[in-house]
Design a protein around this ligand. Structure first.
Ligand code: CAA
Length: 303
């Protein structure tokens, strides 16, 4: 008779988030608000400073709106350390969430380094929205302690987290990360088999492709397409408004990654997206993407 051991959830007390961009910073705060000790690491001091300012503004507004009280606010900031010292932060992490640029080489090289710096029990996860766990886990000696933990933008607001199983991910790792996701107050969506783009982004990608087709072939304007998605389909934002929020560069790298894998012309980043990314028009973060934005972030006319 074969006896199967039930999977075990490991205790996670300390989390390291790598990359202090908009996603990494908000993910770190989600963890701190849930009572975890968090290190937010970035190579660039400026980015850490900007992340601190953005979080103080956002979480301050949560106090003003009575979503949390001042004690919770202060305790979360006490539990959150902004650091440029990866070695020290990695040494005490039970779990790492990587949120750096959407480039496979950069992620593989980071995970190779984290594998050497973290204790053996540490689970490594990636917030990548497109690269499958196995493509990154193979840069480490611990593919069983690796999966994707994909948050949505803005991470402080969106409740879904996709937990993606790689080819070698162990049951214990999946159970631990699913339990942690619930502890963060998020709703885990488990992918039991890896696929590029996972669930939500594959569906979103189909909407984006159709929007680009309608735009580039002169059927409808950026604004009309956004209005249709909001007022006919009930989406909170149109596809172009949403890309301005998440970053045109992120969408571009996702498409490029998929094209590199498939060599299928339909996966290639569109001409209008490529032109904007090459011009540095990356959305709200640069004041211009599909739309222009004023200094206070108010949306102006399309570009
Ligand atoms: N960061 C944190 N919080 C934010 C925020 C931001 N950038 N923008 C808005 N919020 C908060 C506001 O503070 C507000 O909080 P309260 O409800 O506590 O007051 C709440 O969100 C609603 O904001 P607003 O009233 O200003 O505006 P809104 O009603 O239009 O909501 C939105 C803003 C939550 C972003 C909403 O438009 C929305 O849900 N948009 C769709 C977002 C989405 O689809 N995200 C997934 C993107 S795909 C992705 O992330 C995958 C990937 O891999 C790229």
């Amino acid at each position: 008779m074969t006896v199967t051991t039930p999977s075990r959830s490991r205790a996670i007390d300390s989390v390291l988030v790598v990359g202090a961009g908009a996603m990494g910073a908000q993910i770190a705060m989600v963890c701190a608000l849930a009572g975890l000790d968090v290190s937010l690491y970035d190579l660039e001091d400026d980015r850490l400073k900007q992340a601190d300012e953005m979080l103080r503004q956002r979480v301050g507004r949560m106090v003003e709106k009575a979503k949390i009280n001042a004690t919770t606010h202060d305790a979360a900031f006490e539990r959150l350390t902004f650091t440029a010292d990866l070695r020290d932060a990695a040494a005490k992490a039970d779990l790492v969430i990587e949120a750096i640029v959407e480039k496979l080489d950069a992620k593989r090289s980071l995970f190779g380094e984290l594998d050497r710096l973290c204790p053996p029990h540490t689970i490594l996860t990636s917030n990548s929205s497109s690269f499958v766990p196995s493509s990154m886990a193979s840069a480490t000696e611990r593919p069983d302690r690796f999966c994707n933990m994909h948050f949505f933008n803005p991470a402080l607001v969106m409740s879904c987290v996709e937990v993606v199983r790689g080819q070698a991910t162990s049951d214990d790792t999946m159970t631990t990360v699913v339990d942690l996701t619930s502890r963060l107050g998020k709703e885990p969506v488990v992918l039991s088999k890896e696929i590029n783009g996972f669930v939500a982004n594959r569906i979103l990608n189909a909407i984006r492709d159709e929007s680009i087709y309608l735009l580039e072939n002169g059927y409808a304007s950026i604004e009309s397409i956004d209005i249709a998605c909001r007022s006919a389909l009930g989406h909170p934002m149109g596809p172009f408004e949403l890309q301005d929020l998440t970053g045109l560069d992120v969408g571009y790298y996702i498409k490029q990654g998929r094209y590199d894998e498939s060599n299928d012309e339909k996966d290639k980043p569109s001409a209008s997206l490529t032109a904007r990314v090459h011009a540095g028009h990356l959305g709200r973060k640069t004041g211009r993407g599909w739309y222009r934005y004023d200094r206070d972030g108010h949306k102006l006319a399309p570009t």
